[in-house]
Design a protein around this ligand. Sequence first.
Ligand SMILES: Nc1ncnc2c1ncn2[C@@H]1O[C@H](COP(=O)(O)OP(=O)(O)O)[C@@H](O)[C@H]1O
Ligand code: SF4
Ligand SMILES: [Mg+2]
Length: 344
Amino acid sequence: MTETLQTPEVSKNARALLSADQLHVTFPGRRGAAEARAVDGVDLDIAPGEIVALVGESGCGKTSLARTLLGLEKPTTGKVTFAGKPLDYASKALKSYRKRVQLVLQDPSGSLNPRHTVYDAVAEGLRIHGYTGDEREAVSNALSRAGLRPPERFFLRYPHELSGGQRQRVVIAGALVLDPELIVADEPVASLDASVRGEILALLLRLRDELGLSALVVTHDLGLAWNIADRVAVMYLGRIVETGRVEDVLTSPQHPYTQALLSVLPEAPGEPVVLTGEPPDPSRIPGGCRFHARCQVLADGRADEAGVADACRTVDLPVLTGAATSQVACHWAAAGAEDSGDSR
Ligand SMILES: Nc1ncnc2c1ncn2[C@@H]1O[C@H](COP(=O)(O)OP(=O)(O)O)[C@@H](O)[C@H]1O
Ligand code: SF4
Ligand SMILES: [Mg+2]
């Protein structure tokens, strides 16, 4: 039988700009199939001016979590809080929320209308929100802040006349034009080549420094998280399994899943850890530790040595609090076994 450890009572971070609280997002299964628990208990706080990277393999629930934080998806249970208030899902309230929290999508060629000029693409948000100021000046400022200078030179261009990096900047300008407090960037550079990727990341960092913008950057790329984030949250099968300051998590990962993800980066020392077992399926979340069927530490006997192998298979782990401290959801790490020096 699967038991559940008690979640420790830790007070929520009152300073957080955006918080997820015990968030669950479940999609109904098609034709009698089991429902998919895409987000299965997530707490996450993002402070003003903080950049948090959400990392994990494809299918682990990153986009579902991001969409729920944006109010595009309603949580099945749990709540989203912005600036101290729970999200109001009435359409008028959501519209004003979407001005303060902007989505920057991956694949700029897909998110820009090929028949709209750069000017119209950037002005669109202002028009939707009934902006009464000087539209031309606002568009011009947003393009400059996104690094497209002089902005007037881009007004009448069409997406096909721009490079991939320029298109991504137009998408960012479209978000910035509304003066958001937080942006959620879902795989912002996945479709760009390496040199352009660096430029876009530098831009996001500059926006944080100049405008105090907060960001949630969703990525399957840990190397990207390293370059941009203050804090990283590692997601596996609908849960955050490890979180902490980016330099702590990436130089000294505690969770076997984080260790495996890091071990396959080109610059990683030692042998890459190849995860065995079936790819994760949110309609069949295993009991015990949800990673146990693929865990290299359980498979190679280290969990057994530490006396936690039974717990790995049968005892669920608590949901990590969303706070900005180092936390890990793993029986083996909790037993202190990962400090013995032979973890990699
Ligand atoms: N609208 C939906 N209906 C049913 N299942 C969905 C829906 N959106 C996502 N899923 C499922 O939820 C899981 C998580 O998906 P997603 O949040 O897109 O993950 P990621 O962004 O990490 O790749 C996947 O198994 C996916 O198939
Ligand atoms: S709890 Fe056990 S199975 Fe899960 S990651 Fe830790 S060692 Fe592996
Ligand atoms: Mg995704």
